[in-house]
Design a protein around this ligand. Structure first.
Ligand code: APR
Length: 266
């Protein structure tokens, strides 16, 4: 019910609905904030437990993996355990429902995520991952893909130390690494092409739960704006984006279901 929101937010949701209902091409970019209400910490949150003295920038880089592959692998094993039993929240479900609804309308929705979890897929969405996938691995040397480790072998009940065993590639002997885009690495070509295309050709761009600090993904909203799109941002906290047309300053899990209910209503 819209009435649960503040009057200012209701007014913004109504504006966003007016914009989105007739739009034919919509590009949606999500970041860690959309999974926060599922219990997955965002990147700018301080790390906890074993990893509280490490910054993400010290672990998610090719340099860090060369310097200490065991440490980096252990951190990802720990992150897999954190994510393993998490489930989609109302924001993921609302987007999946909107995509489903759009199949029978003229709307073309392109959903792009920076997240490496699979909560959009679990909710039933079709999504393009810009930064890779936590559940896929590849060889750090020859890049050969590696059979996924069964997801149910991870659980947030287990503990992971700093000394996780490393796996090596059956083909070249190199260390296996997560199939994730690290700081300083290029984005996957096809996925980036899909994202750029959708951003530059959309009428409305929606940025959800991202600090908009990490490029090139953060530049997609700007590209959309420069090409004439209206930009909507859903984030309880301010971001550096000064060109946003509508700001829904609330948690995605609260505001998205209400917004999408309005958009998909007859
Ligand atoms: N709903 C919406 N937004 C939220 C919520 C919520 N419930 N909770 C937090 N946020 C917002 C925060 O205010 C913040 O702006 O989500 C954003 C999360 O920002 P980051 O942690 O920086 O995550 P993200 O923008 O996805 O990071 C981009 O940086 O570390 C790299 O590759 C990694 O994909 C990641 C990229």
């Amino acid at each position: 019910m819209l009435a649960e929101l503040s009057p200012t937010l209701i007014a913004e949701v109504e504006l966003a609905t007016k914009l989105l209902k007739p739009a034919q091409r919509i590009c949606i970019l999500t970041g860690a904030g959309i999974s926060a209400e599922s219990g997955i910490p965002t990147f700018r949150d301080k790390q906890t437990g074993l990893w509280e003295n490490y910054g993400v920038e010290d672990l998610a880089t090719p340099k860090a993996f060369i310097r200490d592959p065991k440490l980096v692998w252990s951190w990802y094993q720990w992150r897999r355990q954190v994510v393993a039993d998490k489930t989609p929240n109302p924001a993921h479900h609302a987007l999946a429902q909107w995509q489903y609804h759009a199949q029978s309308t003229e709307q073309q929705l392109t959903l792009i995520t920076q997240n490496v979890d699979d909560l959009h897929e679990q909710a039933g969405s079709t999504v393009t991952h810009l930064h890779g996938n936590l559940w896929r691995h590849k060889c750090g040397q020859c890049e050969a893909p590696v059979q996924e480790q069964a997801r149910d072998s991870y659980s947030s009940q287990n503990t992971v130390g700093y000394d996780e065993a490393l796996m090596t590639c059956a083909q070249c002997g190199g260390y296996i690494r997560p199939d994730i885009v690290w700081f300083g690495e290029a984005l996957p070509v096809d996925e980036w092409h899909t994202a750029e295309n959708a951003a530059t050709n959309c009428e409305v761009f929606i940025s959800i739960g991202t600090s908009s600090l990490v490029y090139p993904a953060a530049g997609l909203a700007q590209s959309a704006k420069q090409n004439g799109a209206q930009v909507i941002e859903i984030n309880p906290n301010p971001t550096p984006n000064t060109f946003v047309d509508i700001t829904l300053a609330e948690k995605a899990g609260i505001v998205l279901p209400l917004l999408i209910e309005e958009i998909t209503a007859l």
